[in-house]
Design a protein around this ligand. Structure first.
Ligand SMILES: C[S@@+](CC[C@H](N)C(=O)[O-])C[C@H]1O[C@@H](n2cnc3c(N)ncnc32)[C@H](O)[C@@H]1O
Length: 257
């Protein structure tokens, strides 16, 4: 890996957390709790994801990787977690030279790093930082991806404007996120699935029912693609479009900076 070993990951994390504080945007308790929660469920996160979606989650991530323009050379994967999207991009798009996997949760990234080592992937660099205060120069990346991350951001509009800042003009943003289906009958079934299967199975196997209660509630209350399109436009994006997966329970948004 060109990235950071587990030890230096800690120092990067420490540095970035200090940087966040110094830049005048202190980490609030609620935001801090959200990423700490992911560190708590990191060890079982991948396995529970596969279980809950019958493996479809990896198909959606492959879609994101394939949707990147052929000219893309540098990608920032925000809220990268255990790096499933970053690894998928490395596999599907071997011509991409550099993928930065950014997250606040060190444990999630450490698991991602060990997956990279096992897969022999050397193009992914781990950075512990907050999406609300990205530690990169303006116009640093050809593309940004965010999978199942945006609903956890405390200030989504600020996060989108930070993403717009680090993207090159003409750069690509792809967001994958869960949402509440529009069809009422499907929405009721979806709600039932979240409250039972996701909450109980996730809670049981991760040992953290609180985390999976939060995750299932946050899915049900998150913005629709139409709302996301307005936010993206306000953040300076154009050519915005979207599609759904799995009976409208997952949205994929595409936008150009
Ligand atoms: C549901 S996980 C998604 C992980 C991965 N992208 C995937 O496809 O499975 C959400 C991730 O968002 C991260 N996250 C939450 N708030 C964040 C923030 N403010 N800045 C950066 N990452 C954040 C969490 O730590 C967690 O790893």
């Amino acid at each position: 890996m060109t990235g950071v070993c587990a030890k230096s990951l800690c120092s990067v994390s420490y540095f970035n957390m200090i940087a966040v504080k110094n830049s005048g945007s202190p980490v609030s308790v609620s935001k801090a709790r959200r990423w700490i929660m992911f560190d708590r469920i990191a060890d079982t996160y991948d396995w529970i994801n596969r279980c809950m979606t019958a493996g479809l989650d990896q198909r959606w991530r492959r879609h994101v990787a394939r949707a990147l323009n052929p000219s893309v050379k540098t990608v920032l994967d925000i809220a990268s977690g255990t790096m499933d999207v970053a690894l998928m991009i490395a596999r599907v798009r071997p011509t991409i030279q550099k993928i930065v996997a950014l997250d606040m949760a060190e444990r999630m990234l450490a698991i991602g790093q060990s997956k990279c080592r096992k897969a022999g992937v050397h193009t992914i660099e781990a950075v512990v930082a907050d999406v609300h205060d990205l530690p990169f120069e303006p116009q640093s990346f050809d593309a940004v991806t965010v999978a199942f991350g945006v609903r956890n951001f405390e200030n989504l509009d600020r996060a989108l404007s930070q993403i717009a800042m680090v993207l090159k003009t003409g750069g690509q943003l792809i967001i994958l996120e869960s949402c509440r289906p529009k069809n009422r009958i499907i929405a009721v079934c979806h709600r039932f699935f979240l409250r039972t299967w996701v909450r109980l199975i996730g809670g049981f196997f991760s040992g953290s029912t609180d985390s999976y209660t939060y995750l299932s509630d946050s899915i049900h209350t998150f913005s629709s693609p139409e709302d996301m399109m307005v936010r993206l436009k306000n953040a300076g994006f154009s050519s915005i479009s979207y599609r759904y997966f799995m009976m409208q329970s997952v949205q994929c948004l595409y936008a150009i900076r």
